[in-house]
Design a binder for this molecule. Structure first.
Ligand code: NAD
Length: 277
């Protein structure tokens, strides 16, 4: 099928849906300038996760392992790209689908907050959110505004570059409940995912699932499409490099989410305005 026909097919599934859910990965934010993990030139091409404390830089640093140069480079790069990143047309298209009363929730593996900034209000972040801190002493969660996060990020990168571990600990010690040291509330390798029960319930209850910009390599999040399929949902996948759930999807579109989602939403609006369903 040609792209135009696939877009029409996807819009038809979305237009009929009563409980649409989106499941997203790093690819959705690629057009916002945030590198993915596994694409050529992606983060894991350039950084060894094991050198980054198994991906969990902060627990590793605070446990006295010191500050590896790779961690300084990683934090500096991530803070620079995340500070510049704005929602792209793919994020806004999902925001519009929610405003139209069609999209019920977004289950995302991303930690960049861009789905919320793009207009989605029910966002289940199974790998956490960088704009939130978690106290390592009492578990209290602290929300950060954009400016606060990036001011802190810049200071953190400078302290890490100087190897100033004491300064890093002082900067992190900001829990309003107990004064304890906080780390970003994101999920590192080997750590339990967040709100997975909620995410699975969304998958179970949806009648259509959009699978967007994910390689489906990270479990347990990658079970979500299978779970939705088992309970009878229609599946639409959009990915820039291919189809990663070939045995499950009803419609697979190879293309960028920022380019494919907006015309799908326009088509859905046409369908709704003509009350075709
Ligand atoms: P991944 O890097 O394994 O896969 C990304 C997928 O997106 C690839 O299949 C790629 O082909 C596709 N892609 C790239 N650009 C695209 C575009 N413009 N439109 C559509 N598809 C595109 O990412 P993953 O499956 O999400 O798993 C990696 C883990 O990395 C996740 O757990 C996530 O937490 C984390 N991560 C998050 C961010 C972020 O918050 N933005 C960035 C990098 C990694």
């Amino acid at each position: 099928m040609e792209e135009k026909e696939l877009i029409a097919e996807a819009a038809s599934i979305i237009g009929r849906s009563r409980r649409l859910v989106a499941f997203s990965g790093a690819g959705v934010s690629e057009e916002s300038g945030i590198p993915t993990f596994r694409d050529p030139g992606g983060l894991w091409d350039r950084f060894d996760p094991m050198e980054l404390g198994g991906g969990d830089i902060f627990t590793s640093i605070f446990s006295g392992a010191g500050i590896p140069q790779a961690a300084v480079d990683f934090i500096t790069e991530m803070m620079t790209v995340l500070e510049r990143a704005q929602p792209n047309p793919g994020h806004y298209a999902l925001g519009e689908l929610e405003q139209l009363g069609i999209l019920k929730s977004v289950v995302t593996q991303n930690i960049d907050n861009l789905h919320r900034e793009g207009g989605n209000t029910r966002v289940i972040e199974v790998h956490g959110n960088l704009f939130r801190l978690a106290c390592m002493a009492c578990g209290n969660k602290v929300l950060l505004g954009r400016e606060e996060l990036f001011a802190m990020g810049r200071e953190l990168a400078e302290l890490m570059a100087k190897g100033d571990l004491e300064g890093v600990i002082k900067l992190a010690s900001r829990c309003p409940a107990c004064g304890g040291a906080c780390r970003p509330d994101v999920v590192g390798f080997g750590e339990p995912v967040q709100d997975m029960g909620l995410a699975m319930a969304e998958a179970r209850d949806c009648d259509a699932l959009l699978i967007l910009g994910t390689s489906g390599m990270v479990y347990p999040a990658a079970y979500i499409p299978e779970h939705a399929k088992k309970t009878g949902a229609k599946l639409v996948e959009i990915n820039a490099t291919g189809c990663y759930f070939p045995d499950l999807v009803d419609v697979g579109i190879v293309g960028k989410t920022g380019e494919i989602l907006p015309p799908i939403v326009e088509r859905v609006k046409d369908i709704k305005s003509f009350n075709i369903f």
